[in-house]
Ligand binder design. Structure first.
Ligand code: UDP
Ligand code: MG
Length: 321
């Protein structure tokens, strides 16, 4: 029996005409090596997902797909954004493959670790995270904001893999698990750990984008980071409640202080009562906002309709004799 893996590599592309010829060439080379090594089978594919590009991206993909049987293409009807394009690609191929690797079109992530990912899959791992060794090629700004972001996410109780972006292998059943998450605000690197199953990681050095421009300017990067936090954590709401409670406590201290000052005759008339009301009302308001926030937090969890569990195995011996 053929033991080799049916691998699909899913590549989201938005205005990537500058990189596609080189990317497809390198991918095809890697595919032929992996085929020769008996790692992947003939049905394996490289799937380029055109995320509503405005340039020649789709016509390049289309002709590549006609030229090489290893290459396939998916065209989205409009620009849906990186995360949506990636999920769309993965969901399109999930029933055709044993496992799928997702990678950016600019090959900043080293494709030479794909064989290692596949080997881990063969060893029984369902998710293999690609993790960056170092960030020498990123600017100081990008590096420090990224590290700060991962730290902040962890502090807010979101389980994400440090220095891992969207370069990963997922088995078919892990993809099926991911399909159970019906949420609209996608933050895949936070969702995949929620699916579960056995996971591991492989390290690689991140390169510079070899052609074209980043499609993630600072504004998109910030909104992505904000999405990540607000889609996974209700800690910000809790912070408001905590702050409200602290202000209430301070208001008691301030009330005592104001009374003492009044009794000592150090105050103008009206000062003490104003002082007490300002602190007290402030604290009560913050607490109330936090309380309403708790209900919104519950609503938000309900509305997401995330799966409550995913069953990995069910062993039941009762029918065996
Ligand atoms: N991308 C996409 N849709 C978008 C923006 C980006 O499919 O609306 C793709 C893009 O083609 C690339 C990947 O997402 O394959 C990552 O983008 P980029 O390399 O520009 O991000 P960076 O590496 O600078 O963070
Ligand atoms: Mg890039």
């Amino acid at each position: 029996m053929d033991k080799s893996v049916n691998l699909y590599v899913v590549v989201p592309c938005y205005n990537e005409e500058a990189v596609l010829p080189e990317t497809s060439k390198r991918m095809l080379e890697l595919f032929s090596t992996m085929k020769n090594d008996g790692l992947i089978n003939d049905k394996s594919r490289i799937v380029f997902v055109d995320d509503g590009s405005k340039d020649k991206t789709w016509s390049i993909i289309d002709s590549l797909a006609k030229e090489h049987k290893e290459i396939a293409g998916v065209k989205l009807a409009r620009n849906a954004g990186h995360q949506n394009a990636l999920l769309g690609g993965l969901m399109t191929v999930k029933n055709d493959c044993d496992c799928a690797v997702s990678i950016d079109a600019d090959l900043q992530d080293d494709i030479n670790v794909i064989p290692d990912m596949v080997k881990h899959y063969i060893d029984g791992y369902d998710v293999v995270y690609g993790v960056r060794n170092k960030r020498d090629t990123d600017t100081f700004f990008k590096r420090s904001t990224a590290v700060g972001f991962y730290k902040l996410m962890q502090a807010m109780g979101v389980n994400i893999v440090f220095n891992h972006a969207d370069y990963r292998l997922m088995s078919r059943r892990a993809l099926e698990g991911l399909a159970e998450f019906p949420e609209r605000n996608l933050f895949l690197r936070g969702m995949v750990p929620l699916v579960g199953y056995r996971s591991t990681s492989v390290c690689y050095d991140r390169n510079e984008r070899f052609a074209g421009e980043s499609k993630y300017p600072l504004k998109k990067m910030l909104s992505f980071a904000f999405d990540g936090i607000t889609s996974f954590s209700i800690s910000p709401i809790r912070i408001i409640s905590t702050f409200g409670a602290i202000v209430c406590v301070i208001s008691v201290a301030m009330a005592i202080y104001a009374l003492v000052e009044k009794l000592l005759g150090n105050t103008d008339s009206g000062w003490a009562s104003l002082m007490m009301s300002i602190w007290f009302i402030g604290g009560v308001q913050l607490l109330s906002v936090g309380l309403i926030g708790e209900y919104i937090g519950k609503l938000y969890k309900e509305v997401k309709r995330r799966p409550r569990y995913i069953i990995e195995t069910y062993v039941n011996e009762k029918d065996n004799n």
